[in-house]
Design a protein. Structure first.
Length: 276
């Protein structure tokens, strides 16, 4: 079983190398993180914290936008693309189960995303340490950011698999992936903000909003990381909200794990119904 899963994962890694996905994702993450690191020196001097911590707080917000987009672009044609190319029938004619096929895809894509995050963000951490702008605490924060960014990416990889299993054409799946990114990363927060502005002290603010944040993996990721940094004085926003929640913000990490399990289970059920 493991050899079959590793075969599929290795194939996805080779595809990522051949299509320059790994190089492109690494470059995007490295460029944006380096830009934030170099622009973050002024707040560090004002607030009395090292630049590495400031950079982690900034990247926690940046990752909410970049990591889901990269993950969805990796996963949107994972299933329907195989159907279009006629390779899914060949794959399933081999002694491999559909859950093994899905797990292999997820493992390969996760390794691609992990490599891009470790190298892209690691270059920034290395630069700051070389400049004498880091600390041991900042390194721990950076490691936590990379680990949770990988988990966030897996959430959106799973969403991509669900969309890919629901559609029969790559073009349709690509449009659905962009729509999912727009809804979950942009419009969801705008809807919550609008509801809070309309009724700032009502039932929504006290009973609905805290748990609505946990239902969105992007918000749960940002809540966990900024709360772990104690970053309300650095970035405000979600970090400040975490201080008023009726539960420990670390619970957001469990929400991410539960979302991954639910989305992968849904995609596994959907792929069983596909006729290549």
């Amino acid at each position: 079983m493991f050899s079959r899963i590793l075969t599929i994962a290795g194939q996805e890694i080779r595809i990522g190398i051949r299509n320059r996905w790994i190089l492109l994702a690494t470059m995007i993450l490295a460029v944006f993180s380096l830009a934030l690191a170099l622009l973050g020196s002024a707040p560090a001097g004002t607030l009395g914290v090292d630049r590495l911590t400031i950079t982690v707080a900034s990247l926690a917000s940046l990752s909410v936008y970049l990591v889901p987009l990269i993950a969805l672009l990796l996963a949107f044609d994972a299933i329907c693309g195989e159907v279009e190319r006629g390779t899914l029938l060949m794959t399933f004619s081999c002694p491999i189960s559909r859950p093994e096929f899905l797990v292999g895809k997820a493992l390969g894509h996760t390794l691609v995303l992990s490599f891009a995050l470790v190298i892209g963000y690691g270059l920034t951490a290395g630069l700051l340490i070389a400049m004498g702008a880091g600390s041991l605490t900042g390194l721990v924060d950076f490691a936590r950011l990379i680990a949770t960014s990988i988990l966030l990416g897996v959430c959106f990889l799973a969403i991509g698999y669900v969309l890919s299993a629901l559609t029969r054409q790559s073009g349709t799946a690509a449009a659905a992936a962009i729509a999912a990114w727009l809804v979950l990363v942009v419009l969801y927060d705008l809807a919550l903000l609008g509801a809070l502005v309309a009724n700032p002290s009502g039932v929504f603010a006290s009973s609905v909003f805290p748990y609505a944040v946990l239902l969105n993996p992007a918000d749960a990721f940002r809540l966990f990381n900024l709360a772990a940094l104690g970053a309300s004085e650095l970035v405000g926003g979600m970090a400040g909200v975490s201080e008023t929640l009726p539960f420990d913000p670390r619970f957001a990490l469990l929400s991410l794990i539960a979302f991954v399990a639910a989305a992968l289970t849904a995609s596994a059920m959907l792929i069983r119904r596909i006729t290549p």
